[in-house]
Design a protein around this ligand. Structure first.
Ligand code: WTA
Length: 632
């Protein structure tokens, strides 16, 4: 059996097989990869502990599957196209041979610094080629990479480094984003003041920005990359060894470190990339995500490289130097498959059609969407104006925890309904549950989206706290992995994702826990209490609305609001800035002191009628005050 599904009949057959004989099904898929030693058993699992192990006793190195095995036939093919922020700067292309050399050099540099198998390495970098080298270099030597998106604050970095006790950090001097240049190393320096576990910091020079280098700790990459060998033997990993940790927000407390394992993740990333995008040799694939998020891990690096694809990596933003940048890059590099987020589509829609019409976009054959529900209007705009009506738009639903796409059309194969993710991929046993945790068998229904059987790409644990993993994902509905999303299933069985049903807000495709933002706000000395909710936002999907009780009513509320924003930027990062802050004297609470978020959500949505029964509140009057002061 090959990796690729070619038509609807094959999909149906694969799906049926994957349910009837999951182990045989995944073993067949896994045989498409290069293993140093085969598995003794395909799967061992229970969702109570939970314990999920795929390809037991098998040995591999994922970078052998991404790089070495392509050298013979595809060594001169472009693996990575790097497009800089500034269109006047040169594009850089790396063949598979080049990439193997760069990764091996970086791997040897890391070894020189003392990095060993199992060590955690934190990567805090913009979208420069060295970020790709660094990710793969860690995988090459068996170190566990934990990429932190370069928009997070020093506090967020130090929390993550402390949580996984990373001994090493890789960063850059600074970054360029649109017209702005932003310090990066200085943020790391600040973070490391709150950390004692970091031994070495490797710094890549991007902008010749002046930085402070701490002697004995900080090393320039360019100072040693010339003196290390260009060959690095891959570390042989057990299939269950962690490949990476990626921190993501949940409904409670601080972000948790989602852990993916080498063997299962490899098979799932490779399989989903081949099938969802229906990649053909010589296609140019472009995923616009940042490698700081899971989408970049799986669909800029691991998935495409395992399929010997050409993957484009873009340093900049969609609106620089103008809102035609995405389309100009597509024409410049003859991109065939384009994968982006609804928030980007909506913001480019708002910038006007002329920016799109200026480009031919003839090379495009498939369009993808990820990160949040795509609304029908954005779907049609994308399909009509970007895809010129001839490219399938696939809406791919998945999560950091799932490792790869779970529900999606297969491009050009599956029937499409705008704003519907579609059917689950082979091997994915999706169910809808009612609030009692009972499976809803019929179609044309709505429920909580859960998965009832393991798949190779699923998370294995949350770093350092397995119980947290159990409680977060496996406790709400016993016997299921619970996604935290609500969904509809139409009469054909196609899924439409409705969004989060827990206290997670999805802002421009980035996840934040409401509690996480509230905790940050509450650190401001002038704040007594706060409550954060999401509300529908035209561009971002969801916006952040914060209700804040101050110790003393301020003379000028804007001063306090600015300070609250500063606190959030310092605690979490710029990406978590609230869109609206309302200063209130109290919050709607039940007599037992629980905040009635349902009421706040309605007010944030602009709904002032039908707030439900407010008579049981501790102080019903406060609702009128909040309603009257609501920010439009
Ligand atoms: C949401 C991103 C609707 C969902 C890969 C999920 C989506 C969360 C879609 C995971 C989609 C992702 N349609 N909603 N196609 N894709 N989501 O971990 O709420 O950053 O639970 O992974 O994004 O976000 P994460």
């Amino acid at each position: 059996m090959s990796l690729r599904i070619h038509n609807l009949e094959e999909y149906e057959l694969a799906y049926a097989n994957s349910i009837a004989n999951p182990e045989e099904f995944w073993a067949d898929i896994a045989n498409n990869f290069q293993w140093e030693k085969p598995w003794s058993k395909v799967l061992d699992w229970n969702f109570t502990e939970p314990k999920v192990e795929w390809f037991l006793d098998a040995k591999l190195n994922i970078t052998v599957n991404c790089l070495d095995r392509h050298i013979e036939n595809n060594g001169h093919q472009t693996a990575l196209i790097w497009e800089p922020n500034d269109p006047k700067e040169n594009t850089i292309k790396f063949t598979y041979k080049d990439l193997l050399k760069e990764v091996s050099k970086m791997a040897n540099v890391l070894k020189d610094l003392g990095v060993k198998k199992g060590d955690r390495v934190c990567l805090y970098m913009p979208m420069v080629p060295e970020l790709s080298f660094a990710v793969l270099a860690c995988a090459r030597i068996g170190a566990i990479h934990s990429v932190v998106f370069a928009g997070f604050s020093a506090n967020s970095i130090s929390d993550r480094i402390n949580d996984c006790q990373a001994g090493y950090v890789i960063t850059t001097d600074a970054l360029s984003r649109g017209a702005k240049q932003i310090p990066v190393k200085a943020v790391v320096d600040e973070a490391l003041e709150m950390v004692t576990c970091v031994k070495k910091v490797l710094v890549v020079n991007r902008l010749n920005w002046p930085v402070h280098m701490l002697e004995g700790r900080d090393i320039w990459y360019h100072d040693i990359k010339g003196i290390v060998s260009e060959i690095c033997e891959p570390e042989i990993m057990d299939a269950q060894d962690p490949l990476f940790i990626l921190y993501t927000s949940g409904s409670t407390g601080k972000p948790k470190g989602v852990v993916h394992a080498c063997g299962g993740y490899m098979v799932y990333a490779g399989y989903t990339f081949a099938n969802v995008f229906q990649y053909e040799p010589n296609d140019v694939f472009w995923c616009t995500a940042d490698i700081g998020w899971v989408t970049g891990h799986t669909y800029i690096l691991y998935g495409p490289l395992m399929n010997a694809s050409t993957s484009l990596m873009f340093e900049g933003i969609p609106t620089y130097p103008d809102p035609g940048r995405f389309w100009s890059i597509i024409d410049k590099h003859a991109v065939n498959i384009f994968y982006t987020a609804p928030t980007a589509i909506r913001s480019l829609m708002a910038a006007g059609i002329d920016h799109v019409l200026a480009y031919g976009l003839y090379s495009l054959k498939t369009l993808g969407s990820v990160g949040e529900p795509i609304n029908v209007e954005a779907w049609h705009w994308y399909h009509t104006h970007v895809g010129k009506g001839k490219c399938p738009v696939i809406d791919t639903w998945w999560q950091t925890e799932t490792g790869g796409v779970m529900i999606s059309a297969l491009a050009g194969i599956s029937p499409l309904i705008p704003a519907h993710a579609g059917f689950p991929l082979p091997g994915i046993q999706t169910v809808l549950l009612n609030s009692d945790g009972i499976e809803i068998a019929e179609n044309d229904v709505e429920g909580y989206l859960a998965i009832k059987f393991p798949w190779p790409g699923m998370l294995r644990t949350t770093w350092g706290d397995h119980e947290r993993c159990r409680i977060n994902y496996f406790d709400t509905y016993k016997g299921y992995y619970f996604t935290g999303d609500g969904a509809k299933r139409n009469s054909d069985g196609q899924y439409r994702i409705l969004g989060r049903v827990d206290d997670v807000i999805n802002v421009s495709g980035h996840r934040f826990g409401t509690a996480e933002i509230e905790n940050a706000i509450n650190l401001n000395k002038q704040v007594i209490e706060s409550a954060v909710v999401g509300y529908p936002h035209d561009i971002k999907g969801q916006g952040i609305y914060a209700f804040v009780i101050p110790a003393k009513m301020p003379v000028d509320p804007n001063v306090l609001k600015d300070e609250i924003i500063e606190t959030i930027v310092a605690q979490i990062g710029r990406i978590a800035k609230p869109d609206k802050i309302q200063i209130v004297s109290g919050l709607p609470k039940t007599r037992s002191g629980k905040i009635m978020r349902r009421i706040l959500r309605k007010i944030a949505e602009g709904e002032t009628e039908n707030l439900g029964d407010t008579s049981t509140l501790l102080d019903p009057m406060v609702v009128d005050e909040i309603k009257n002061g609501a920010i439009k």
